[in-house]
Design a protein around this ligand. Structure first.
Ligand code: PAF
Length: 279
């Protein structure tokens, strides 16, 4: 497994690849867990070469504390990637990715104005900037993203259309702990008590699916919000049922053919998001 920190070193490797090689790319911010590894496995199964990037992208954090506290473990990440037969790990420094402050502005009508887009100003622009720069360096044929960050996945699909990147975007299912908590690098920052509370998120999402058989969307959102807010350690940011393609919040089941329930909340000092496909 090769590890490159410089773009030109990565590009020299890329230039020597046989023509028409299939390159599967998994962009990450490191501190890898089984969710990331499910993307790596899929990329390994479907491509000639697998590239993983590890880069904690400062411009997608709208909260300095969150950036400073973002967990890192380079040594373990590299060991895991080697075990999963990754060909190249690209680990640029901040100076390498941003020799000058980034000026690109992307806009994704509606998609970046709701939920995470509304609550984390600048976050999705930061994601779009880094992902498009990484795509230009790595030149993958396919790129793999988890559905836990469903809104991000839609936005990347839009980015690919807007920038005419010839890249297949693959969305992969959420990987959960045994008790249902969606895997996330941020889970490592939960205290033992918070970690015990955290599975309630998925329990309530599953309840939403059941409740929807008897109640309409607004009532389901109210009931689920109340269930989550019962715990005094939880500060709910949103519980929304939205159209899976447009992310427009629904008022009624009749308003969409494909709907997803999305939740974001603070558990102590850790912000967690999750979602479930309803129909
Ligand atoms: O999902 C992530 O880990 C990040 O947002 C990504 C796509 C690697 C961009 O920094």
């Amino acid at each position: 497994m090769k590890v490159f920190k410089k773009t030109h070193d990565f590009q020299s490797w890329h230039e020597k690849l046989p023509q028409k090689s299939k390159i599967g790319f998994v962009p990450t911010m490191g501190f890898l867990h089984d969710g990331h590894l499910s993307l790596v496995k899929e990329a390994r199964a479907k491509n000639d070469f697998v590239v993983v990037s590890i880069f904690v992208n400062p411009i997608q954090f709208n909260n300095r504390e969150d950036l400073q506290n973002y967990p890192r473990n380079e040594e373990k990440d590299l060991q895991l990637l080697e075990e999963h037969r990754v060909d190249v790990v690209f680990m640029p420094s901040v100076e390498e990715m941003y020799p000058e402050p980034a000026k690109e502005i992307y806009s994704f009508p509606h998609i970046d104005q709701v939920m995470e887009g509304a609550l984390r100003p600048g976050h999705f622009n930061g994601v779009a900037v880094v992902v498009s720069r990484l795509f230009k360096i790595v030149k993958p044929t396919s790129a793999y993203f988890g559905k836990k960050d469903y809104q991000q996945l839609l936005l990347i699909k839009e980015l690919v259309k807007e920038c005419s990147f010839d890249i297949e975007i693959v969305g992969m299912p959420i990987v959960r702990e045994k008790d249902g908590l969606a895997m996330s690098s941020r889970n490592a920052r939960l205290s033992a008590e918070e970690r015990e509370i955290a599975p309630v998120i998925y329990k309530v999402l599953k309840q939403a699916k059941q409740l929807l058989e008897d109640f309409d969307v607004e009532e389901v959102c109210e009931k689920c919000s109340a269930m989550l807010s019962e715990n005094e350690k939880i500060k709910l940011e949103y519980f929304i049922i939205a159209d899976a393609e447009t992310l427009k919040p629904l008022k009624s089941k009749k308003d969409a053919l494909h709907a997803i329930a999305f939740v974001a909340l603070w558990l102590g000092n850790v912000r967690l998001i999750d979602n479930i496909e309803l129909f």
